[in-house]
Design a protein around this ligand. Sequence first.
Ligand code: SF4
Length: 379
Amino acid sequence: MTKLRHVIGISGGKDSAALAIHLRDKYPKLELIYYFCDTGKELDETYQLIESLEGYLGKPITKLESEEAAQSGKNPFDFYYNSYKGYLPNNVARWCTRKMKLEPFEKFVGDSPAVSYVGIRGDEDREGYISTKSNIQSIFPFRKNIWSEEVITSVLSNSNRNEISDIYATLINGSDLDRVTSVVNKELRLFGRNQEPKRTDMMDKLDTLLYVDVVTFNHVVFKFLKTRNYPLSFEEDYPLLNDGQVLVRDDIFKILRDSGVGVPGYYEKLDYEVNGEIGQYARSRSGCYFCFFQQKIEWVWLYEQHPDLYQQAMEYENEKEGFTWNQHESLQDLLNPRRMKQIKADHLKRMNKEKSKGSKFLIDILDDTESEGCTACFI
Ligand code: SF4
């Protein structure tokens, strides 16, 4: 019988670390396999986190590296940077994620069925990386909806309404069943040449079914998947079906602190001064120190907190060729004191605006930008 593997990628960020702790503590019988895709360009705090996490989990976190990079003896980023002739990755040509994270991960998993756990929180609105390989199924334990969008689209599609109603009828009855059946039978509007279901209709339907009873919904999906070729169909039972818990940002910090693993130092906010006022900055993400997804204020943070790394990031740029980490502005340009001051002032203005709006995150507006763009790198 094929054995399903349960894998969890540790990015070095807070969410995936908290997910590993949460799953180990809550589901000790799940045989979790941990991995980390090393770009060779992470901050020291990332490597420290991996080390303390290994101590807590009592298991090694397998370091994945592309084979060709490993054979070259160079660190992964530098190997590919040379192969791409100094062309820096950017949000349109993101060779870094593909070469250093997705390909090693998919090779590591191979062709046998696997569940990949993704640390997207209940207070985030993003989907994260979904493998194109059908033997890898993503599960999102921090969210109320633990299933990927692809699974939900199939479960809620108009053509599967009868099947889903029938599965519900094996699990509940009476007025509960009547209520759920009326929701399930609601037709989703279709649009476009491919007649895709309208996402808003689908999300409304999903929210209602989750609201009625999340645990029953999970069992329905699980039974449905058993009739399809999904990795989870290899399992007799699956403990996460009975969870229904939603974990948000504060829970993540609590898990890290309570476990003793701790929060990576770069999330700690530090004061900066600009025009006689005090603002606060931090880094919002794990990943490469020169990640092009970072905000300008994070570049300022890098320059002031890790000037050596800023210098190294500068050395990758080639202004003549137009290869810079930020569009239309090199790291050399950004070093101009007037420009640094302007970035801080803009950042402070934005923070104060959030404060006056009563944002619940106040000075934490940076914190959730890690979810922007680099989804595959921070799962
Ligand atoms: S952290 Fe940024 S630079 Fe590094 S692999 Fe991910 S997207 Fe690329």
